[in-house]
Design a protein around this ligand. Sequence first.
Ligand code: SF4
Length: 65
Amino acid sequence: MRIVVDEQLCKGHGVCMGEAPEVFSVTRKGELTVLQPRPGAALRAQVEAAVKYCPTGALSIEPGE
Ligand code: SF4
């Protein structure tokens, strides 16, 4: 899977980091860095939770390695 971020929508709340800290890092200023743009299957549940709970709907998952 591949993580796609809509940077226009991301407001830096950090919910994604709370759900998947190995994949997302958000600074105190609200700048998001995707640490693993193509996370392995072991992280899928965490990433799906981050996508689901992101308050602005900025995250999505695309299929693929
Ligand atoms: S939870 Fe959504 S809005 Fe918040 S930092 Fe992550 S991607 Fe951005």
